[in-house]
Design a protein around this ligand. Structure first.
Ligand code: C5P
Length: 236
């Protein structure tokens, strides 16, 4: 597969065209941002760890019949993926209270919800990804109703699979963000699943192994990400 022009550069990844019009190469950078780009840093080797972690998770999801854009890991920082057209929504699944919902609803961090909470945000940097509901998403034409039903159904299936997988390695899946894309008439899982996009706490000590280490200046950011990769590798 030949890597051609860069199509897009995001906060944590670069995307390149390839000689196959249906396929892209995603390159994982070491850049970290938080609070809608207000906090920035470079975390050495983060891209390598996130590429490995996301590749393991996407493979696992595919083995469990979740359709994703992932084709293969090409190198330490690169993945070959299907070229999707991204649905401009961030889909958040929450099992325990943490992050923005704690502030918004005055909750206690770590509180377990009676059932998973699904939220959607409009993916728009200049508006800082505002939280919206199904009516906004459909009325604004961001997504078709049947696509949204399918996205929610898939997000809950992914939550069940990943909750179980992380539990096996002593990790609580607190919450995570998903993105979906359209590919040949279907909506499939896209983007990444990594400590940048999940909250992952140790089951025994409640130690945080995710991007909150960066957001909250807790230190040992890369060590947290490495611990997640090490434990995931035990699974195989
Ligand atoms: O910040 P908030 O609590 O709403 O985030 C919920 C989950 O979604 C967290 O795991 C966070 O890492 C992830 N997220 C993300 N990208 C965003 C917003 C949230 O990966 N733009």
């Amino acid at each position: 597969m030949k890597k051609l022009n860069m199509l897009y550069e995001g906060k944590a990844k670069k995307v390149y065209e390839t000689n196959d019009v249906d396929k892209l190469i995603v390159y994982y950078k070491d850049d970290a941002t938080a609070f809608n780009g207000l906090k920035k840093d470079v975390i050495l080797d983060k891209g390598i760890l996130n590429n490995s972690i996301s590749s393991i998770i996407f493979k696992k999801l595919q083995e469990n019949n979740i359709k994703t854009h992932f084709i293969e890991k090409l190198s330490d920082r690169e993945q070959l993926v299907k070229k999707v057209s991204i649905v401009p929504l961030e889909v958040i699944v929450r099992n325990y209270a943490a992050g923005s919902i704690v502030k918004r609803l005055g909750l206690k961090e770590g509180q377990k919800f009676n059932e998973p909470i699904l939220e959607i945000s409009y993916k728009n940097d200049s508006l800082q990804d505002p939280l919206i509901n199904d009516y906004h998403a459909i009325a604004l034409g961001l997504v078709e109703r049947n696509e949204l039903i399918n996205i929610y159904d898939t997000a809950l299936k992914i939550n069940s699979l990943l909750t179980k997988m992380f539990e096996e390695i002593g990790i609580i899946l607190i919450d995570f963000k998903l993105e979906f894309g359209r590919y040949k008439g279907e909506v499939i899982l896209a983007d990444e699943i990594s400590p940048d996009t999940c909250r992952l706490w140790d089951k025994e000590t409640l130690y945080k192994y995710d991007k909150d280490r960066f957001r909250q200046d807790l230190g040992n950011v890369i060590e947290g990400y490495r611990e997640i990769l090490n434990r995931l590798e035990e699974l195989r």
